[in-house]
Design a protein around this ligand. Sequence first.
Ligand SMILES: Cc1cc2nc3c(=O)[nH]c(=O)nc-3n(C[C@H](O)[C@H](O)[C@H](O)COP(=O)(O)OP(=O)(O)OC[C@H]3O[C@@H](n4cnc5c(N)ncnc54)[C@H](O)[C@@H]3O)c2cc1C
Length: 399
Amino acid sequence: MDLNFTAADEAFRGEVRAFIDKKLPPDIRRKVLEGQRMVKDDYYRWHVILHEQGWIAANWPKEFGGPGWTAAQQHIFEEECADAGAPILSPFGLRMVAPVIMAFASPEQQQYYLPRIRSGEHWWCQGYSEPGSGSDLASLRTRAERVGDKYIVNGQKTWTTLGHHGNWIFCLVRTNAEARKQEGISFLLIDMKTPGITVRPIIMIDGEHEVNEVWFENVEVPVGNLIGEENNGWTYAKYLLGHERTNIAEVGRSKRRLKRLKEIAAKQPGSDGKPLLQDVRFRDRIAQVEIELMALEITNLRVISADMEGRAPGPEASLLKIRGSEIQQTLTELMMQALGHDALPYQHAAMEPDFSGEVIGPDYGVPLSGQYFNFRKTTIYGGSNEIQRNIISKMILGF
Ligand SMILES: Cc1cc2nc3c(=O)[nH]c(=O)nc-3n(C[C@H](O)[C@H](O)[C@H](O)COP(=O)(O)OP(=O)(O)OC[C@H]3O[C@@H](n4cnc5c(N)ncnc54)[C@H](O)[C@@H]3O)c2cc1C
């Protein structure tokens, strides 16, 4: 493929940039760029603005309501949104369950769910992991027993990201306890307002509420909410994970963080009193991560392009996940180092947009230690990086 952007691509970039300039609410932009605490409404407002423009489902085929963009246009759109300080779009509906629905659900299910994902009426979360079933996901124990035209679901999911914001959850459930473990799993869509569901917060290392436990007690789910065939859920689950891992690469956002790192290093003094950005060793480290990010960007474009030609992301998604998450962590580490001892205090209250107290160190330093700790998650979620290396060794290298 040709990886150069054409004149038409550059014109498209201009169109996207002008739209964001006009439509992205300034309070949301400020929160994102300054690392302040976000609430669900911030994400939702931007979701609705993009939906009204017809741009919410950037990676969907046209027949399902996508804008019909090329791989390059999708990439440019992501890049411009990230650079301008647009909030991240919740991936669970748009980028995870939607591809599964498009590929494996019935036409009736597609007609029901896909427009609601686009409009934001359905806000999804992911019910895969359970205590003891993370890396060994196929050992999951949440049961769904079929009784007439319903499944009765009992069990517990954990680490459910933004489960407190969600009104729908896609779950892997065990429908056959006798079969080989991968062959007794089904893929079920569950309305979170159904009686018997309890969501409990898990507070992360940075003190924030981002993940949850979700408990199911005799939850009745219509059989019509099953995707594809009963006991074939493992196939759909893996298909979804390919899309999840590609998405985790986060090239656009890492580019914005790299820019931020350079701005901080230009302001912070090094040991000789000159700006840190002039320190040869620190510059070397920035250059190294920048080169890795450029290589990731090209690889990401190749995977998006193949996906558009009908080749769903396979084991190469694991490469993107490993390298993308490592780069994200390196960037947060370098920002902490650039800040020096001012990075030590974690100023939790100062993350609120209306905080008017005094901060320790420069304003731009406030969110950095929280981000550093929060980003430890990136090499764990979406399947840990050790597991991704196992996949690469088996599926790509053939060991
Ligand atoms: C912030 C965060 C958000 C998450 N969000 C969601 C979500 O929304 N929905 C969801 O379903 N899940 C979510 N997860 C769960 C995530 O997918 C799991 O944490 C992950 O798959 C690892 O599973 P585990 O935590 O059970 O660790 P374990 O599987 O117990 O692994 C522990 C350690 O052992 C290593 N290990 C395990 N097996 C092997 C092996 N065979 N070879 C080499 N090393 C191995 C792992 O790499 C890891 O370092 C989230 C996790 C985090 C941290």
